[in-house]
Design a protein around this ligand. Structure first.
Ligand SMILES: [Zn+2]
Ligand SMILES: [Zn+2]
Ligand SMILES: [Zn+2]
Length: 774
């Protein structure tokens, strides 16, 4: 028989409110151990005592089968003297002790709760708010910390005796499940008409399903706010929703009842399936199948659908009642405003768009949009390297519900910093030690509602994370609302960060890189240190500093912002730059179709520099090629021309690619687009199809980027290459460039923890500020 020993174990991470204590309690009982577990400031503290062998077993099993929502970031076990206490106990947490623990994100209903939901003999049969410690709302119902019921929007629902019993029983799945509720004591659903009047209905969800089947628009209150729902197979209903939302062509997300349903209209890889079914339940971008029942208008001209599976009990009940192929489930807002969360706010703001409102009385305290991701074959994320094989590989387009507020784990300690992000796709970032907390998607700050959301997110983030920032990091663009806000905070030290530098450092941070890297930062718009609009940049970067070593040649953006919504302007600007005014006589369809007088004005503007800022933007180059190839001359949403250009790529394995020239300048290079446009125009003269043009362009661009990186590597001997910026949402660009550089023996790093686009900018800003602050 082995000797009696005692061990103390400290666990940090997401280990409170996620069923961790009952898990440890059960494990200790299994091994017949004495001791205790209690919540501490940083996580949980465990002591176990028993025969040495049993204690060893316990310690080795502990991290293996943790509850699904738990995340251990650190743990340490040490030997302490045995003291022969009797049984294993869960000790109450002391007030104030758990103020520093991580709050879990909102997660999809678990299998156990789903089984109960659909079981007629269960007391929660068809109860739309069923949850347990393994599932349900968290972040969006938190008012303050510590995370307990009294500080959530569940405070107004006292538990009935049955629920309380579950809540108090360490062996129950609902032990300390703060949102625990049932038909008797919890929130309830109501159906309202378009004016906000309650409709008498025994089964409001079934009634809502009937209205959806009839083609009505129903606003459905979810976890992080309202969705606007319509039957995705009903073209008239989808069209009405587009008119109401004033959203012309930007794709709508669709929710399908099951994987089988998804397969009927999308290609589905194993990696994508893993993401669809993950507890975070993001919207996953999937390639469309050509023939399907989904209305054309759901995602016109787009090669992909954004698809997700039901994640709340209410969603499951809606599908059970309506037997829909798929529902459009788009954010409950107009255009780019933030999503509506409050019942009366929803009726006011969505009046005239939604015919009915499916509401409930559990308040959403923190607005949180759905996350959008893409399965990625070649990017092995950090989390996967940490926990081999545990999570599907992904690329974030938007990191929000299901992921926030899980921090990005850093390899350096940072002072408390608030980084306020960019202008579009805004997120903010608060740092605390080795944790960088990125906020949920805030959106485009140009409208007042988003700006208010930006301010409330900052204050609630500071409150629930208990961080009082010492430094503020902001983008150098003087007109960004986030920048103006930061500059208005005069009581705190502020640090301006160049846009593309922040992109590269965000990539360095999530990959735990140190020292100097070669950074390829490609996007649409970022304010340069020379006042020009940068976006096709190759940098030598450390956390503290950067040097711009190569970039796309400057070209005017005639009309400024108008050149972003009208890609044909960029095509004119490039043609004018490389062919002079004779471009009008080029024998290509684009030139023939131009309106001469309009062009004359444009050319004059560009020549005189009137409202025509110079740009090295990668996005604008893609726009110009898209317009010239006859794919898209005017866009209805961000990056549409580039997305359609990529989707058009055709004809693999041909050898012809468009050439670019690398022109030495100073200590670096200019990426000259003249040879590209000469070759492109020649192809257009010969009626080469758009798909081939697109492929030759993409491959040529990848070639020149790889060439310039190789030159820089030869000169500097730097081995780590970071790829960042919104243009890397282009899968062809990302994967081909990555492969090419890796074939040269270089180490290539991309994103898997935060978006490569401006949604990840705040993380990079925080790192720069931390490394520049005194
Ligand atoms: Zn559950
Ligand atoms: Zn109850
Ligand atoms: Zn950017």
């Amino acid at each position: 028989m082995s000797a009696r020993v005692r061990k103390a174990i400290e666990v940090t991470g997401i280990v409170q409110g996620v069923g961790f204590r009952p898990y440890v309690y059960r494990l200790a009982l299994q091994h017949n151990l004495a001791g205790f577990i209690t919540n501490t400031a940083a996580g949980v503290s465990i002591e176990v005592e028993g025969p040495a062998e049993a204690v060893e077993d316990f310690v080795s099993q502990l991290p293996v089968e943790v509850p699904p929502l738990a995340r251990i970031t650190q743990w340490a076990a040490s030997d302490i003297p045995a003291r022969a206490d009797g049984e294993f106990r869960i000790l109450p947490s002391q007030p104030g002790e758990n103020r520093r623990v991580l709050i879990s994100p909102d997660v999809a209903i678990c299998d156990d709760c789903l089984r109960e939901l659909l079981d007629p003999s269960d007391r929660r049969f068809h109860y739309p708010f069923i949850n347990c410690t393994n599932c349900g709302p968290r972040y969006t119902i938190v008012r303050d910390i510590p995370y307990d019921r009294a500080r959530t929007s569940m405070a107004v629902f006292p538990m009935c005796a049955d629920c309380q019993h579950e809540y108090d029983d360490p062996l129950d799945r609902r032990f300390h499940a703060q949102p625990n509720a049932c038909w008797k004591c919890g929130p309830q659903v109501e159906l309202w008409d378009g004016e906000g009047n309650r409709i008498e209905a025994a089964e409001p969800i079934a009634e809502a399903a009937v209205r959806l089947q009839a083609g009505y628009v129903v606003a459905v209150k979810g976890l992080g706010g309202f969705h606007l729902a319509v039957d995705a197979t009903n073209p008239a209903a989808v069209s009405r929703l587009r008119e109401g939302k004033r959203r012309v062509e930007k794709p709508f997300a669709i929710m399908a009842p099951s994987l089988k349903g998804v397969r009927s209209f999308c290609e589905l890889s194993d990696a994508s399936r893993g993401l669809l079914e993950s507890p975070e339940r993001p919207i996953v971008l999937l390639r469309k199948k050509s023939a399907c029942l989904i209305a054309e208008l759901v995602a016109p001209f787009n090669p992909e659908y954004g698809v997700f599976l039901p994640y709340t009990p209410l969603h499951f009940l809606l599908f059970a009642a309506g037997r829909f192929q798929a529902l459009v489930m788009t954010s409950g807002n107009i255009s780019e405003e933030p999503i509506a969360i409050d019942n009366s706010e929803a009726v006011a703001r969505l009046h005239g768009i939604a015919d009915f409102f499916l509401v409930h009385n559990r308040d959403v305290l923190l607005r949180c949009d759905d996350s959008v991701v893409r399965a990625c074959q070649t990017v092995a994320p950090l989390c996967e390297r940490r926990v081999a094989g545990h999570r599907p590989t992904l690329q974030f387009v938007r990191r929000s519900r299901g992921y926030v507020p899980v921090p990005v784990f850093l390899n350096q300690d940072l002072p408390p910093i608030l980084a306020v992000g960019g202008e579009l796709e805004n997120t903010v970032c608060l740092t605390k030690g080795r944790h960088a907390f990125l906020s949920q998607h805030i959106g485009d700050l140009e409208n007042l509602e988003s700006y208010c959301f930006f301010e409330t997110t900052i204050s609630s983030f500071k409150r629930i994370l208990e961080v009082e920032p010492q430094f503020l990091a902001y983008d150098l663009h003087p007109d960004y609302f986030s920048t103006r806000w930061a500059l208005g905070q005069s009581s705190i030290k502020r640090i301006g960060v160049q846009h593309h530098h922040a992109h590269i450092t965000s990539c360095m941070a999530e990959n735990h890189l140190d020292g100097k890297v070669i950074g390829v930062a490609l996007d649409g718009t970022g304010y340069g240190t020379d006042g020009a609009v940068w976006g096709g940049e190759v940098l030598l970067a450390t956390y503290a500093d950067f040097e711009r070593i190569a970039h796309l040649d400057y070209v005017p953006m005639p009309g400024g912002a108008a050149a972003i919504t009208e890609p044909w302007r960029m095509a004119v600007s490039y043609l004018q730059k490389h062919f002079g005014e004779a471009f009008l006589d080029l024998e290509i369809p684009f030139a023939r179709e131009l309106e001469r007088r309009q062009v004359a004005v444009l050319v004059r503007m560009a020549e005189r520099g009137v409202n025509s800022p110079l740009t090295s933007s990668c996005g604008r180059l893609f726009d110009a090629v898209s317009a010239l190839a006859g794919i898209r001359k005017r866009v209805n949403y961000e990056a549409q021309a580039a997305i359609e250009l990529e989707a058009a790529i055709a004809g693999e394995g041909e050898d012809a690619v468009y050439p670019f020239e690398l022109r030495p300048e100073g200590s670096g290079w200019i990426i000259d687009t003249r040879p590209l446009f000469v070759a492109l125009v020649n192809d257009l003269k010969c009626d080469v199809p758009a798909g081939i043009v697109s492929r030759r362009f993409h491959e040529g661009f990848v070639d020149v980027l790889a060439r310039v990186v190789k030159l820089i590597h030869a000169k500097t001997n730097l081995q780590n290459i970071c790829l960042s910026g919104g243009s890397f949402q282009n899968v062809f660009l990302l994967e081909h460039l990555k492969r090419k550089l890796e074939a040269e023996g270089l180490d290539v790093f991309t994103h898997s923890e935060v978006p490569c686009g401006d949604g990840g900018l705040s993380l990079g800003q925080a790192l720069v500020a931390a490394n520049r602050s005194p």
